[in-house]
Design a protein around this ligand. Structure first.
Ligand SMILES: [Zn+2]
Length: 316
């Protein structure tokens, strides 16, 4: 039997065919154009059907459909409460899909789905709990404890990016100040890079960014640090410091088997990101006396994690 995992992004719908062993065997995608709930359900079903037909699978071989949404989901009612970027409010999507395709439909938050996808690899090694931290525009976190997603009472659980790590710090989209994601996301890194550049006109970061602050990216400071630039090294150290504070909060709270770091920033060389991060967390964490510690690892599935995890929702 197969399961279809659908990843609803801000701009695209992606559907993956996942076999009984949890392996992604094929995928399809289409642009997301929001017209109405009915059209949306039609598009989702159409994409899933196209996936099945193109790969020579019978509809009867699909046992379930799982879907991940960028927002708040009421998994029990099969409804999407609200999403960012798409004007969805209280949409009973599971029922709408089932009118067209009578299989169980499972819903999840996209960060939770990605965590579930990554968890599958580590569960095979006997691990039971995982936190996925995705460093992007914000910080998405998904928590899997004892094989179950921590959804919270209302589907808003596991928002690690909005832990305050600097009281009265930088304003956040959530209304508070000093949230972790304002400092340790890719956007936080870019802001700190620009601030450091403004203070150091001789930094090689200006050359890397072609003299234009708009050209600064998540790699600018790392690239400068690799070239021996002092200001670049300072940004990287500052950034890893903020990343480590939030990670240590999560580790102290949950002591999971593994914390996975994903998102574009996680592709940096281990010598510049993962290794110093592990060293920093090792000094900060509460469990100094223990000889068993949370593993800090790189996420492995990249952009496929959401689809694979959505297909695994029935088990979590
Ligand atoms: Zn916040």
């Amino acid at each position: 039997m197969y399961t279809i995992g659908i990843d609803v992004g801000g701009t695209n719908l992606k559907a993956g065919l996942v076999d009984g062993a949890g392996t992604l065997t094929a995928a399809e995608k289409m642009p997301l154009k929001w017209v109405s709930p009915e059209k949306f359900a039609e598009d989702l079903t159409g994409l899933a059907l196209a996936l099945v037909e193109k790969n020579g699978i019978e509809r009867a071989q699909v046992g379930a459909i799982g879907m991940g949404f960028p927002g708040q989901v009421d998994a029990k009612r099969g409804s999407v409460v609200r999403t960012v970027n798409i004007p969805i409010r209280d949409l009973p999507i599971a029922g709408l899909i089932q009118e067209k395709w009578d299989v169980p439909v499972y819903l999840g938050n996209d960060a939770d789905c990605a965590a579930l996808g990554e968890y599958q690899n580590f569960a095979a090694q006997g691990m039971e709990s995982l936190v996925l931290v995705t460093l992007g525009t914000g910080i998405g976190t998904g928590l899997i404890l004892n094989g179950k997603i921590i959804r919270g009472v209302n589907g808003c659980g596991g928002e690690g990016g909005h832990m305050v790590i600097v009281k009265d710090g930088v304003p956040c989209t959530c209304g508070r100040r000093g949230c972790w994601e304002r400092y340790a996301s890719a956007s936080g890194l870019i802001r700190m890079t620009r601030e450091m550049m403004a203070e150091h006109r001789d930094s090689v970061m200006w050359t890397i960014a072609s003299g234009d602050l708009e050209q600064v990216g998540g790699r600018t400071a790392f690239e400068a640090a690799k070239r021996g630039d002092e200001a670049g090294k300072q940004v990287v150290e500052l950034y890893i410091g903020y990343l480590a504070e939030g990670l240590t909060n999560l580790i102290n709270l949950l002591q999971p088997d593994v914390v996975c770091i994903g998102g574009g920033v996680s592709n940096e060389d281990d010598a510049y990101l993962l290794r110093p991060l592990r060293e920093r967390v090792a000094r900060l964490r509460f469990d100094q006396m223990s000889d068993c510690h949370t593993l800090i690892a790189k996420a492995r599935l990249g952009n496929d994690a959401g689809m694979i995890g959505a297909a695994l929702l029935s088990e979590a």
